[in-house]
Design a protein around this ligand. Structure first.
Ligand code: B1M
Length: 222
């Protein structure tokens, strides 16, 4: 089991999507994250362990190497693709929640920001917790959040940011939403944001991880 998790971590770290993928040359012909994730699930490794012991640590290594200029954007993108291939296999496990939904959760990555792995994970876990999801994707400004709220009255909004340069855009989005659709509850998350920032911009809650988001939403629903 440990060996499979280690292999998966390596596949994501080096951006090996599947066996056919020629990238990276040193892993040519070997299984990629797609095949290894399937084997891991078949072996009985829980999706939670796959996520916590292989995928998330792999992205942490990728981020560290990028900070140290040891890899560049194309390599980071290949790692993101490899993680995406793995998450596709995990999704059914995280989204097999209640059929009757507890409410609607509108989620998007903040304007200017293209990072969606964390946002997708939050969406998956919240969906698994019994909520309907309206996923607006990446680079989402206040207009699209407000439009989605008008189409889904009473929904709770979640905004994700991964860059220090884009987290500031959350402030404008929160103010516009609160002005146009008062009483909307807004949850924020993502690596650079924290509780202080959440209070400063007038959002309602900061969740450091998907579980925190699910717990907050469930509290709102009860
Ligand atoms: Co970018 N990137 N990136 N990147 N990237 C980071 C974020 C960075 C920290 C890397 C580094 O320097 N070490 C750095 C940001 C520095 C900073 O702002 N302080 C950075 C940079 C600089 C950039 C570019 C500017 C690089 C460039 O072009 N020169 C550029 C920006 C593009 C843009 O957005 N406009 C860029 C581009 C990219 C790629 C496109 C290549 C790719 C993204 C692909 C994709 O998402 N589809 C990418 C990647 C993969 C990363 C790293 C390596 C991994 C991000 C990730 O997916 N992590 C990242 C380094 C790192 O994080 N260690 C990095 C795994 C994911 C599960 O974690 O997203 O944090 P995370 O989500 C967590 C929590 O934060 C939380 O739950 C999740 C699960 O625990 N969470 C929420 C997230 N959203 C939430 C919302 C909630 C609640 C919780 O409620 C609503």
């Amino acid at each position: 089991m440990e060996e499979l998790l280690e292999k998966l971590l390596e596949a994501v770290e080096f951006g090996k999507v599947d066996q056919k993928s020629p990238y990276p040359p040193q892993l040519k012909g070997q299984d990629g994250s797609h095949e290894i994730t399937i084997s891991a699930i078949e072996t009985g490794i829980s999706p939670q362990r796959i996520l916590e012991e292989a995928l998330i640590p792999a992205m942490a290594r990728v981020g560290k190497k990028f900070s140290e200029n040891k890899i560049f954007v194309p390599q980071m993108l290949m790692s993101a693709r490899a993680m995406g291939a793995s998450m596709l296999q995990l999704k059914p496990f995280f989204t097999s929640g209640d059929i009757k939904t507890k409410g609607t959760f509108i989620i998007g990555t903040v304007k200017g920001d293209l990072h969606d792995i964390g946002k997708n994970l939050v969406a998956m876990m919240v969906e698994g917790g019994g909520w309907s999801i309206v996923d607006l994707g990446v680079d989402v400004g206040s207009d699209r959040f407000i439009e989605a709220l008008r189409n889904n009255p009473g929904a709770i909004v979640g905004i994700s940011a991964l860059l220090t340069t884009t987290m500031v855009n959350m402030g404008e989005i929160v103010s516009s939403i609160k002005e146009e659709v008062p009483d909307t509850k807004i949850l924020i998350g993502g690596a650079p944001v924290n509780d202080d920032f959440c209070q400063k911009i007038g959002a309602d809650f900061y969740a450091p991880d998907p579980q925190g988001a699910v717990e907050y939403l469930n509290k709102m629903a009860s």
